[in-house]
Design a protein around this ligand. Structure first.
Ligand SMILES: [Ca+2]
Ligand SMILES: [Ca+2]
Length: 164
């Protein structure tokens, strides 16, 4: 089955780059359509939540570093292998190894400090905090470097975690 979507952004882009063609389409009554195969949706891991402020004083012990974390959830029906995907802040990047996030609500949590990876808990291995308590943006990049999702927060007194 093929669904058809009218892509307004594409038309707007054509108006900028090829105004003559769009005018011709408009005057002839042609509707620009692009085929999108059903079921070809993007894989769906996304940011779920983050404990960007490790509870208590930020003393940089490994336990404190690991109490800073950010989580992904996969709402899609299929498991997704995250190998080569990245989570980045303004200056640092974590690259996923051969990690699969289960489908239908599967989760993985990336801790800031050092530890032994399991199927659900991963460790950045950083000796310092990654996520700023004063506000920050986490970005999830696919293995081709495309921005897949972001999670942004601001500082709020008394809050250590936030839903993305
Ligand atoms: Ca932090
Ligand atoms: Ca803290």
């Amino acid at each position: 089955m093929i669904r058809y979507h009218l892509l307004d952004k594409e038309i707007a882009s054509m108006r900028r780059t090829s105004p003559g063609i769009v005018t011709a389409l408009a005057t002839t009554g042609v509707t620009l359509m692009v085929a999108v195969p059903a079921g070809a949706a993007e894989p769906t891991p996304r940011f779920l939540d983050t404990q960007y402020d490790s509870p208590g004083s930020d003393t940089r012990t490994n336990d404190s570093l690991n109490a800073e974390w950010i989580s992904l959830v996969n709402d899609g029906a299929s498991a997704v292998n995250l190998s080569g995907w990245k989570i980045v802040d303004a200056s640092r990047a974590y690259t996923f190894g051969n990690v699969t996030i289960a489908g239908r609500g599967g989760k993985v949590r990336l801790h800031t400090g050092k530890g032994t990876n399991s199927s659900t808990d991963l460790y950045w291995g950083s000796g310092n905090y990654v996520w700023n308590n004063t506000g920050d943006t986490a970005t999830l990049l696919t293995r081709t470097g495309r921005i897949h999702d972001t999670c942004t927060w601001t500082q709020r007194s008394g809050r250590a975690t936030v839903a993305c």
